[in-house]
Design a protein. Sequence first.
Length: 127
Amino acid sequence: MRKEKKKTALFVKKQEKLLYVAVHMLLNLAEDIAAERKMVKKQIVRLLVRLLDRKNVDLLTLVVVFLKKLSVFEENKDAMREFGVVPLVLKFVPCKVSQLTFSLFFFHFCTAVLISVLKRHSSMNPT
């Protein structure tokens, strides 16, 4: 049983390294607006939101940066709201990703709907 846990942990670590490289490459490719729009059509926002459940801080930081970049466009904000990004990102507040997290919300896509969701999922008052 212990050997299986160790093997699984090693697999997850390798998987997160690979995901980090892949997301980093996609972020670099997204510098081209045409490429970014293609990624959005292929549901990159949904995939990035799913990565917010990971434990690797470097990967999470990169995903939040990518989401912040994508949040400039209204359709991406709507997709983030639809996929429930607010409760997933709120769990990062106590760690070093917090500055990126709050800039994602308050500088790029803070709306009345998101403020109400923040108030429901957090004891903090985002005013």
